[in-house]
Design a protein around this ligand. Structure first.
Ligand SMILES: C[S@@+](CC[C@H](N)C(=O)[O-])C[C@H]1O[C@@H](n2cnc3c(N)ncnc32)[C@H](O)[C@@H]1O
Length: 248
């Protein structure tokens, strides 16, 4: 499928998810379905996540403050807001306008945030070396492997030399009930199960990339992985969090 068409499908699905049950679609948890996420708890989870990730990055000698941070796939701004406390400006980019509207609403740090819609299979909306840090959590997994590669290369381009990258990516589905569905069912069948049996408003696709390929691809784009840590939030997938730095 051409990249642009693929992205249109993804944008359409996320627009529907954002319209129907946005906070649940961002932090999937059956207990919080049908609007049952308390917004305060939702945003507090972002504070905790960013504090932990930046503290780990700082321990690795990575830059964790500066002028501009990019939150790729920002959703409702759960992570953009805490990033704005540490950078002059935090830029949240998302494919779904409905998510960006939510991110901008009742935002206590609005003056330090910018929200940008991007529906292109690249980040040409941003200049080379524009960002001190790029953070992307629970986003790339929803894109096809070709799109994952494209955006990782774009992260490298828009990151300044010496800048920091923190990104979550799955490697492969687990051998459990949830993971088996992803392993065994072709995408249309998986979409059917998600919509008809699980009642999802739109399908949530999942893809992974091996650690070796991710490291090699980043390295080929002048980004060195400093540490890789397991991320346990997805019940059906082995997830990794990469801490990386653009070669100075
Ligand atoms: C699971 S949510 C995660 C949101 C946020 N990172 C967080 O952890 O709170 C995934 C987000 O990625 C966005 N997204 C999916 N594909 C995208 C793309 N190609 N470009 C930008 N955003 C995208 C979706 O619209 C959605 O808001």
């Amino acid at each position: 499928m051409p990249l642009r068409r693929d992205l249109e499908d993804i944008g359409h699905a996320w627009g529907t998810l954002a319209d129907t049950d946005p906070l649940w679609a961002i932090c999937v948890d059956p207990a919080h379905r049908h609007g049952r996420w308390d917004p305060q708890a939702f945003y507090a989870s972002g504070e905790v996540e960013v504090a932990q990730a930046l503290s780990r990055a700082e321990g690795l000698g990575m830059a964790v403050s500066g002028r501009r941070a990019l939150d790729f796939g920002c959703g409702a701004g759960r992570l953009t807001r805490p990033l704005a406390a540490r950078f002059e400006t935090a830029v949240g980019v998302d494919i779904a306008q409905e998510m960006l509207d939510l991110a901008a609403r009742d935002n206590p740090v609005a003056s330090r945030c910018e929200f940008v819609r991007n529906t292109e299979p690249d980040l040409r909306v941003f200049a080379d070396g524009e960002f001190d840090l790029i953070y992307s959590s629970f986003v790339l997994q929803h894109l096809s492997p070709r799109l994952i590669a494209v955006y990782l290369a774009e992260f490298a381009r828009v990151l300044r030399p010496g800048g920091s990258l923190i990104v979550d990516l799955p490697t492969r589905a687990r051998w459990n009930v949830k993971g088996m569905g992803y392993r065994l069912l072709p995408p249309p069948a998986l979409g059917f199960v998600q919509r008809r049996l699980l009642g999802y408003p739109a399908p949530m696709r999942m893809h992974g990339m091996t650690e070796r390929r991710t490291r090699d691809w980043l390295s080929a784009h002048d980004v060195d992985v400093l540490a890789v840590e397991p991320e346990s939030r997805h019940p059906g997938w082995h997830m990794l969090r990469y801490f990386a730095r653009h070669r100075p």
